[in-house]
Design a protein around this ligand. Structure first.
Ligand code: FDA
Length: 309
């Protein structure tokens, strides 16, 4: 892992830094590159703009590691309303949540109840429901939560991270569920015995896991989503999909709002199904630091925002 990435991921946990930067107007301007606004209405309006370009949307409210269960109740109620808003506006959208945003670190039982309530709402509205994967200390609990939901609901999926050494085993263990899986590289700071420290290994693992997912998609046993901006990997996996006879609509590519926007449109034009994950909310500090860590060149963007004050 590069020193800059390590420093940025470490900084993402600093309360002091969070307090320093979140109210500065220049940081808020820089953050707007990655999110259309803090309100869900900003995200919904952005999704309508994307729909005109044949891009679907995935909505997520920022926030993680809550400090009280009352906050988790509020997050659940917020998402219940979001399902209704997506449906009312006729948007081709999904919803994605982090388990710690629903209290996983405070009460696994409460988190399971909230996820069940949201999955039931997803089933009632026909809107797909995703569970994000957080740092490696949460993986077992998150997989268990997904297994519980998948036993009851169809429209639920989970993210797996290719940087984790354990992920091939986790993928295999989920296969009997005919899962919906969003494969991502992984965004957290992890020890070397848990996650591959070298990016090339993470990329290779992504291709191998993606290919395995396509092999199961070809049998109708798995619905793969590739959550990456790595166009080389996207192309290689699209080629494998064609070789394995997986049609274009039987897998999707998901990217983040504000990243590779032109390429997202080009992929749609070439027949791929693409969705843009749109984040919103005021708790953006940790999430934003992870985006900087993914591409330290983004720091230049922040500096330019500072200079153009
Ligand atoms: P990689 O880092 O190799 O980047 C490829 C190219 O994409 C770069 O050269 C650059 O041009 C561009 N790029 C990538 N990140 C950029 C950025 N921040 N700013 C500007 N350009 C950038 N993680 C996780 O741990 N749990 C999760 O649940 C999710 N969920 C999720 C959903 C979706 C839809 C996406 C796209 C990503 C996630 N992630 C995630 C984040 C993921 O783990 C990973 O950190 C980022 O996607 C960056 O890795 P890439 O695969 O894009 O490739």
């Amino acid at each position: 892992m590069s020193l800059t990435r390590t420093a940025l991921l470490r900084a993402s946990k600093s309360q002091w830094l969070q307090q320093q930067v979140t109210h500065r107007s220049f940081t808020r301007r820089a953050v707007s590159k990655f999110m259309p606004g803090e309100r869900v209405e900003d995200a919904l309006a952005a999704a309508e703009g994307l729909a005109a370009q044949k891009l679907g949307a995935v909505f997520t409210q920022l926030g993680e590691d809550l400090t009280s269960l009352a906050e988790a109740d509020g997050v659940r109620d917020h998402y219940l309303a979001v399902f209704d808003k997506i449906k009312a506006r006729g948007i081709a959208g999904h919803v994605s949540v982090k388990p710690t945003q629903l209290g996983l670190n405070l009460s696994p039982e409460a988190c399971a109840r909230h996820l069940d309530t949201l999955a039931a709402k997803s089933a009632a509205t026909g809107i797909f429901f995703w569970i994000d994967m957080e740092d490696s200390t949460y993986v077992d609990r998150t997989l268990d939560l997904y297994r519980g939901l998948r036993a009851k609901y169809d429209l639920v999926g989970i993210a797996l991270q290719s940087y984790l050494r354990r992920t091939p085993r986790d993928l295999e263990s989920l296969l009997p569920l005919k899962p919906r899986i969003r494969l991502v590289k992984g965004a957290y700071m992890e020890p070397g015995d848990v996650a591959y420290p070298v990016k090339r290994d993470v990329d290779n693992a992504f291709f191998d896991l993606g290919d395995e997912m396509l092999a199961h998609a070809a049998k109708g046993d798995l619905w793969p989503i590739f959550g990456t901006h790595d166009l080389n990997l996207v192309q290689r996996l699209a080629n494998r999909a064609a070789e394995r006879g997986v049609r274009d609509g039987a897998y999707e590519i998901h990217m983040l709002y504000g990243i590779r926007s032109a390429e997202q449109r080009e992929l749609v034009a070439s027949g791929r199904v693409v969705k843009t994950l749109i984040s919103y909310g005021s708790a953006w500090f940790r999430w934003y630091m992870r985006r900087l860590a993914e591409r330290p060149a983004n720091i230049l963007f922040v500096m330019k925002s500072v200079l153009s004050r």
